[in-house]
Design a protein around this ligand. Structure first.
Ligand SMILES: [Zn+2]
Ligand SMILES: [Zn+2]
Length: 202
């Protein structure tokens, strides 16, 4: 058996860190949506794949198609509530521990200003635009992906080992003016997590 807290949670185990309440907001056959632990700002959510894979690129073709539909639905609802939304992923290769937050595929989605979009872009120099339909070409490779508001396709960049952990949280915390509070283990922001759950309606 895999030892993965996320698989356990998606299989119905209630997280002890949330006083054994569920944080699940919506799910379908392949994906689930939750607010994130370390919910720096209301509206900061994660899309989890139900299969234990190291990146969304590693999903089977049929699941990747379902991902785009699920993502579009979530973005639409978030935008109605919070305004422009960005998507971020640190995809792992499944072999090394390369600094991704959790070794179970997930997208980060959060409200995104122009300034935050620029900070995300500044993380790498060698972004290239990838058509969403070609996401599978990154299977087995470690990568960063971000998709900014108003851009139809994501920017991706292959990464080496040694990427800082919780990279996107650090950027987000800086943008929010709380640069020391990026670490979910120290700053869970359960108040924002619960607010995000409350405001969700699909
Ligand atoms: Zn898992
Ligand atoms: Zn992550």
């Amino acid at each position: 058996m895999l030892d993965c807290d996320i698989c356990d949670e998606l299989n119905g185990e209630l997280p002890s860190w949330l006083e054994n309440e569920s944080r699940l907001m919506v799910e379908d056959e392949h994906f689930a949506l939750t607010p994130t632990l370390g919910c720096l700002t209301p509206g900061y959510v994660l899309i989890w794949s139900k299969s234990h894979v190291p990146s969304m690129a590693s999903l089977r073709t049929r699941e990747r198609a379902a991902l785009l539909a699920f993502l579009a639905r979530v973005v639409k609802t978030l935008e109605a509530e919070y305004g422009a939304v960005a998507v971020f992923e640190h995809g792992a290769d499944g072999l090394s521990q390369a600094g991704n937050c959790v070794d179970h595929a997930h997208f980060h989605l959060f409200p995104c200003s122009n300034g935050l979009g620029q900070r995300l872009g500044a993380l790498r120099e060698n972004w290239s635009i990838l058509d969403w339909s070609e996401l599978g070409s990154l299977s087995g490779l470690p990568y960063l992906l971000h998709s900014l508001p108003g851009q139809p396709n994501p920017a991706v960049s292959l990464v080496e080992e040694g990427i800082k952990s919780q990279l996107v949280r650090r950027v987000l915390a800086e943008d929010l003016g709380i640069p020391d509070q990026w670490d979910w283990a120290l700053f869970p922001f359960l108040n924002h997590l619960r607010e995000t759950q409350r405001r969700w309606s699909l």
